[in-house]
Design a binder for this molecule. Structure first.
Ligand SMILES: Nc1ncnc2c1ncn2[C@@H]1O[C@H](COP(=O)(O)OP(=O)(O)OP(=O)(O)O)[C@@H](O)[C@H]1O
Length: 324
């Protein structure tokens, strides 16, 4: 990293005590509905500090709605959501320190502003929450976040349309990290990426989690991601979280959807790769082999479906299939 990427310690010297409790996200008795359709009913979930929690469930089971509820974009019918020790459901607009500055979000499509450069996109939350930061420092922070997300520094001045799907996801991560968040929300981050890009993105998430001490809420259909980087997995079915734990713990529940999801052919393949490579050691080797297996899966899926991958904007995969 160049000298210019080193930030002064006081760059984002915001007067907020980091959360020190055990569960930065607590949800109790959540109910969400759209007209007649009840999406969640009596949903409970606790996310542990410092974990990467994978969130899985069939298509339309309400994973994204759950994420939107946690970050205050969806007002629930009932229930209590506490984030970083503060009630989201009871939050007031004029709360002194805006809780939204303490999380970063990567939405499914990346949701970058197409008319802004990558650097300007990263600067958007900085301008919103810290308008007093002088613009040179803001540019510097943006450049730093771009590099932190594994992109060349030159990407800062590029427009989203000039980037590959994988680069756009990384740019989305750079923006999600703009405010040095404690929580990172990712909605299907590897969907639409090529297999090697998906494996590299998994590695990025692990690195960021470890170096920035993040708690990560990760919605995914990608079995490799679940096996390789998630500490625990929460399964949504029947309008609630039916189980949460490590994958071996989930398998002990005997729930048919869980069995089919993790013990189907793709689930077994993901697990075998993980086991083999753990025995050998080394996450890079693991990522490489998983990438090769993903490439093979992609090829066979492409042959079967005769469909090309999209640009990642709205890619949704049906469980129990692994991400193609
Ligand atoms: N704004 C909305 N208005 C009406 N219905 C909605 C709205 N948002 C979500 N829904 C419905 O809520 C249900 C859950 O949607 P959600 O996007 O959370 O599913 P999901 O589990 O993330 O699915 P997928 O895995 O396919 O992305 C769906 O049936 C969806 O149509």
């Amino acid at each position: 990293m160049s000298e210019s990427n080193v930030l002064p310690d006081e760059a984002l010297d915001i007067d907020v005590e980091p959360f020190t409790g055990e569960y930065p996200i607590r949800i109790h008795g959540l109910r969400n509905s759209f007209g007649e359709q009840v999406v969640h009913e009596g949903l409970d979930l606790e996310v542990r500090k410092g974990e990467i929690l994978g969130v899985v469930g069939g298509s339309g089971t309400g994973k994204s709605v759950l994420m939107r509820s946690i970050i205050g974009l969806q007002i629930p019918d009932e229930g209590e959501i506490e984030v970083l020790g503060r009630s989201i459901t009871g939050a007031q607009d004029d709360d002194d320190i805006d809780i939204r500055s303490r999380w970063g979000v990567l939405f499914q499509g990346g949701a970058l502003f197409s008319t802004l450069t990558v650097g300007e996109n990263v600067e958007v939350p900085l301008k919103e929450f810290f308008p007093e930061i002088r613009h040179e420092l803001r540019h510097e922070i943006a450049r730093y976040k771009v590099v932190l997300s594994g992109l060349p520094e030159s990407t800062t001045s590029k427009y989203p349309s000039e980037l590959s799907g994988g680069m756009r996801k990384r740019a989305g991560i750079a923006r999600a990290l703009a405010l040095d968040p404690e929580l990172l929300f990712l909605d299907e981050p590897t969907a639409g990426l090529d297999p090697i890009g998906a494996a590299a993105f998994d590695e990025l998430i692990v690195e960021l989690q470890a170096t920035l001490d993040l708690t990560v809420f990760l919605i995914t259909h990608d079995l490799d991601t679940l096996y390789e980087i998630c500490d625990r997995v929460a399964v949504i079915a029947d309008r609630k979280v039916i189980a949460v734990g490590t994958i071996p713990e989930l398998l002990e529940t005997g729930h048919p959807w869980i069995q089919e999801y993790f013990n189907g052919p793709r689930g077994r393949a993901a697990r075998d790769t993980r086991d083999r490579l753990e025995a050998r050691g080394g996450t890079s080797a693991l990522a490489q082999e998983a990438a090769e297996r993903r490439a093979a899966a992609t090829k066979s899926a492409d042959n079967a479906a005769h469909e090309g991958p999209d640009d990642g904007a709205n890619s949704v995969d049906s469980p129990p299939a692994a991400k193609a």
